[in-house]
Design a protein around this ligand. Structure first.
Ligand code: SF4
Length: 279
């Protein structure tokens, strides 16, 4: 398996109106040992750890350490990308741990404007995010900025790329808003017309922003069908893939047959798999 996303907690400091993770429910029990046992059987080439907010998960260090141990026991090196809003203070101890263990810190930054940030995140924690981005690059982490483009912020793309340049982040991923799962309910406030998304994609692919930011810019995907091979596992051990109706549950880590799973993803995963790109 090339790619797996582990939604490791439901806890989060933000209140994004379009939060797609909220339909996982609230974590009552953390089934991380079962999930890590599943990861051990699968050993994906790239593991994304997301949430909720993984950096407020009290078990984050234990989980990452255990995952790395499993890879090393199989004589493999993991590629762990931690997906975070970076909206909370991060201790020196945690920075040092992240520097030693993960391969990519993927920080979402939808805006540099406090009003827009609040419209998208529900809470204004922008200043802390900006502090953390600078700290992450100063620590020498491989930092990717994730910018989800919506009606609220798409005009800011150039400014965000300028910010990416002077903070020296390693890469930028420009995402798009899909009206699926909980995001469907507020799509009128956020979803961009297809023509605008196409322009953003074409501009990036045609090098429009090269003189602003010379790192790798990953454009939005053209359609939701490109996410079909994106395997997710949540903190309950439920496995699912996104589809146009939201998500399709395909099983649980405790009863899934790994060989069948690998086979069923053989063709769809390479479409969405993006291994690390560095400056
Ligand atoms: S940061 Fe992510 S998990 Fe938290 S509210 Fe926003 S979309 Fe949901």
């Amino acid at each position: 398996m090339k790619n797996l996303c582990y939604e490791s907690t439901s806890n989060c400091l933000l209140k994004c109106p379009y939060c797609i993770s909220s339909d996982n429910g609230v974590m009552k029990k953390d089934h991380y040992l079962e999930v890590i046992d599943f990861i051990d059987r699968l050993l994906p080439e790239r593991l994304v750890i997301s949430g909720g907010e993984p950096l407020i998960d009290p078990l984050l260090k234990e989980k990452i350490s255990l995952i790395i141990k499993k890879y090393h026991e199989a004589n493999k090196e993991p590629y762990i990308s931690l997906s975070t809003s970076a909206s909370q203070a991060i201790t020196e101890d945690m920075w040092s741990f992240l520097k030693d263990t993960i391969q990519c810190l993927d920080i979402s930054l939808p805006s540099l404007d406090h009003n827009t940030y609040t419209k998208m995140r529900g809470v204004d924690l922008l200043d802390q995010v900006l502090i953390n981005i600078r700290k992450a690059t100063n620590y020498g982490l491989n930092v990717r900025l994730s910018i989800i483009t919506t009606k609220q912020n798409y005009k800011e793309l150039e400014n965000l790329l300028k910010f990416a340049s002077y903070t020296n982040v390693n890469s930028v991923r420009v995402g798009r808003y899909f009206p699926f799962r909980n995001a469907y309910n507020v799509k009128d406030n956020y979803e961009l017309p297809e023509t605008t998304v196409t322009t953003i994609i074409d501009d990036i692919n045609n090098g429009k922003y090269k003189n602003i930011y010379n790192g790798k810019i990953i454009p939005p995907i053209r359609s939701l069908s490109m996410m079909e091979g994106y395997l997710n596992v949540d903190f309950n051990g439920m496995l699912y893939v996104p589809n146009k109706d939201g998500k399709e549950i395909i099983g649980n880590v405790n009863d899934i047959d790994i060989n069948t799973l690998e086979l069923s993803f053989k063709d769809s995963q390479p479409k969405i798999f993006i291994k690390y790109k560095e400056k």
